[in-house]
Design a protein around this ligand. Structure first.
Ligand SMILES: N[C@@H](CCC(=O)N[C@@H](CS)C(=O)NCC(=O)O)C(=O)O
Length: 219
């Protein structure tokens, strides 16, 4: 059986977990934080979560994992069948990761763990996120899903990257970008209402509450 390593606090862990759940793949969870220990680096080369253990070995990087799951468990499909549409779904995934999640992640140490926030980060993150949102607006389809008529990996990745970004910019700037993005907001309500999205969100909120109460290792 596949094993998923990581913690429910992590949005990337939740991306892979949602893919496993949506595909109905049996898996076991191994609750581990990110780590630079040699034993964990042998599983996940950057020490990040998530990684998975397959019958052939370990695999890290969420997108590589999603693609492996699509090839080994093609039904239900979580990528469009058409090559161009599939590439457009990957384009949305990269925009979500690189231009929404990555800039907002600079605020994470401050928002979750109370680390000081540099003036540079405070000044740079909001315009970077605005640029990422504008780019997203140019590629999304809302047909009704973000890459077209079928729910896909693009919806899963965007849901979890957007979740992190909204929490970070809300806390630092008291800014809700969705007020200016009605279509994105309507899509988010749709995506968040799915059974697995709701369960993952609840587990993540619980993990954050536990972490604040000092009950589990931080990721
Ligand atoms: N590019 C990685 C990103 C994974 C990632 O950033 N994971 C975070 C938790 S959400 C992590 O492990 N952070 C600890 C670290 O960067 O050392 C992926 O797609 O899986």
């Amino acid at each position: 059986m596949l094993k998923l390593y990581g913690l429910p606090l992590s949005n990337y862990y939740n991306i892979v977990k949602q893919a496993l759940l949506e595909k109905g793949i049996a898996f076991e969870e191994v609750k581990v934080p990110p780590s630079q220990e040699p034993d964990y680096l042998a599983k996940s080369p950057m020490g990040k979560i998530p990684c998975i253990e397959t019958p052939e070995g370990f695999l890290s990087e969420s997108l590589a994992i999603l693609e492996y799951l699509e090839e080994t468990h093609p039904v239900p499909k979580l990528y469009p069948a058409n090559a161009y549409e599939r590439a457009k779904a990957r384009e949305i995934i990269k925009i979500a990761e690189l231009y929404l999640d990555a800039p907002a992640r600079r605020l994470l140490g401050h928002v979750l763990f109370g680390a000081p926030l540099s003036e540079e980060a405070r000044a740079e993150v909001r315009p970077a996120v605005e640029k990422g949102l504008a780019a997203l607006g140019r590629v999304t389809r809302y047909g009704p899903w973000v890459a077209g008529s079928d729910f896909s990996y693009a919806d899963i990745v965007l849901l979890h990257c957007l979740g992190l970004m909204l929490a970070m910019v809300g806390a630092v700037y008291q800014w809700d970008p969705l007020t200016a993005e009605p279509e994105l907001n309507a899509w988010l309500q749709r995506a968040a209402a799915r059974e697995h999205s709701k369960a993952l969100r609840e587990a993540q909120q619980q993990a954050i509450a536990d972490m604040k109460a000092g009950e589990v290792p931080a990721s």
